[in-house]
Design a protein around this ligand. Structure first.
Ligand SMILES: C[S@@+](CC[C@H](N)C(=O)[O-])C[C@H]1O[C@@H](n2cnc3c(N)ncnc32)[C@H](O)[C@@H]1O
Length: 405
């Protein structure tokens, strides 16, 4: 087995993100073979998988297919997995984690299937090399992923290892942070490219403005990570990877470097000073703090630069009754804020509570469905053209506190 061997690559994503993922994958020059609710498939080699890991914003995992076979039971599973040339894929002194999903009447125990796969891998390694890798539950090294549905089984090398939607810049999360891939999806759906101002009141840990700044500066999200599953396999070519990273860095420097390029203003505020301090730290870790103006204030006091522009809000959506009643007032205030201060903008509210969204007294021009974990959410779009734009006298939220030590 060689680094340049082509196979099916399955790129997984959260429910509702497959169309955006497809656009991203095609934007990187790949043609998509098929698309599902939670992923897209292309044909490519390990270098392609590496490039996808480096650049994709809306994906979870990049899975390189090693085998697909008819599977009639655990012994058959063992025999088929034992045929794969693992000695050409995994280092003998390495470590492998097997994860799987089983949807077959043959067995109802995923752990047992994973154990069979692990045994088939290590037995083959011992037969061929006399040695075997360690195995366990850690996903920070080589990861083999299996999917057994009915009588079909797919075995993949999970080239990402840990989810690539975990960018690792959010060292200090706040309450209810958005997953980074979902925040990127919201920003991409809003059509943001850095050419107009972007305002994110209620920014929390800063996921929306940070993802926006990375999009505006064409910063590949994978540049933030130093560890991927593919690095722990024999198929990894460190030279190819370092050239790929250098090219991605050059592209982002051209666009996002302090001197060369500045996108439209990105303003991020929150009422909680400690949350804003954390968001600023997260932006520093992501290398985009110079592109974001942070402030502490009530959302209604956030500075709104002259439009056209985009404003995105992710208010809490409360699960308990008392909270919901209280939040209704906030949602009503958001509609007043949109009407009175954001004329000329396209407004977005991301919420998981339809009851609360009804209290926004504005006509939606689009409702886009997303899933935040298991919660079905909506991104509500408002065209805020009409009405008289009021310029707020005290529109700058100047207060930017020092971080606590
Ligand atoms: C659901 S969280 C936002 C999470 C954020 N998208 C993230 O990824 O971390 C909602 C945020 O709204 C802030 N907030 C609540 N009421 C506010 C108000 N009146 N003005 C400004 N921010 C407010 C909270 O402090 C909280 O950080």
């Amino acid at each position: 087995m060689h680094t340049s061997d082509k196979s099916t690559i399955l790129i997984t994503c959260g429910r509702g993100l497959a169309d955006l993922l497809r656009t991203e994958v095609e934007g990187l020059g790949f043609s998509v073979d098929s698309s599902h609710e939670t992923g897209v498939e292309i044909t490519g080699d390990i270098a392609d998988a590496m490039r996808l890991n480096l650049h994709l914003r809306t994906a979870f995992h990049v899975l390189y297919r090693l085998a697909r076979f008819e599977c009639r039971g655990p012994d058959h599973l063992y025999a088929q997995v034992n045929q794969i040339p693992w000695e050409e894929i995994l280092p003998v002194d390495g470590y492998v984690c097997v994860v799987g999903r089983v949807e077959t009447p043959t067995i109802d125990n995923t752990m047992y299937a994973n154990l069979k796969i692990k045994d088939a891998i290590v037995d083959r390694m011992v037969q061929k090399t006399g040695r075997r890798p360690d195995s366990g539950k850690e996903r920070n090294r080589a990861v083999v992923q299996a999917y057994w549905k009915g009588e079909q089984c797919w075995i993949y090398l999970n080239t990402s290892g840990q989810k690539i939607s975990d960018r690792q810049y959010r060292r200090i999360p706040c309450q209810a942070p958005l997953r980074e891939s979902l925040a990127a999806a919201i920003i991409l759906t809003a059509g943001y490219d850095g050419s107009v101002p972007l305002v994110c009141p209620m920014c929390g840990s800063g996921t929306l403005p940070i993802e926006a700044a990375m999009i505006a500066s064409r910063r590949a999200p994978g540049l933030l990570r130093s560890n991927y599953g593919f690095m722990h396999t024999l198929l990894f070519d460190a030279d190819v990877w370092s050239k790929m990273r250098a090219a991605a860095l050059k592209q982002s420097k051209k666009r996002g470097g302090k001197a060369e390029y500045k996108p439209g203003r990105i303003i991020a505020t929150d009422i909680d000073a400690s949350v804003v301090a954390a968001a600023r730290r997260n932006a520093q870790t992501a290398g985009v703090d110079h592109l974001i103006e942070f402030g502490v204030c009530d959302f209604a006091d956030t500075e709104i630069p002259d439009g056209p522009g985009i404003i995105v809000m992710n208010p809490e959506y409360g699960m308990r009754l008392g909270e919901v009643e209280e939040l209704k007032k906030t949602y009503r205030r958001i509609s007043d804020f949109f009407k009175q201060k954001c004329t000329g903008y396209t407004g977005y509210i991301f919420t998981g509570n339809p009851e609360l969204s009804k209290t926004v007294a504005l006509r939606t021009s689009r409702r886009i469905s997303f899933f935040n974990g298991d919660i079905e959410c909506r991104l509500l779009k408002y065209e805020l053209y009409s009405g008289t734009r009021k310029h707020c006298k005290d529109k700058t939220c100047k207060d930017t506190p020092q971080e606590s030590p």
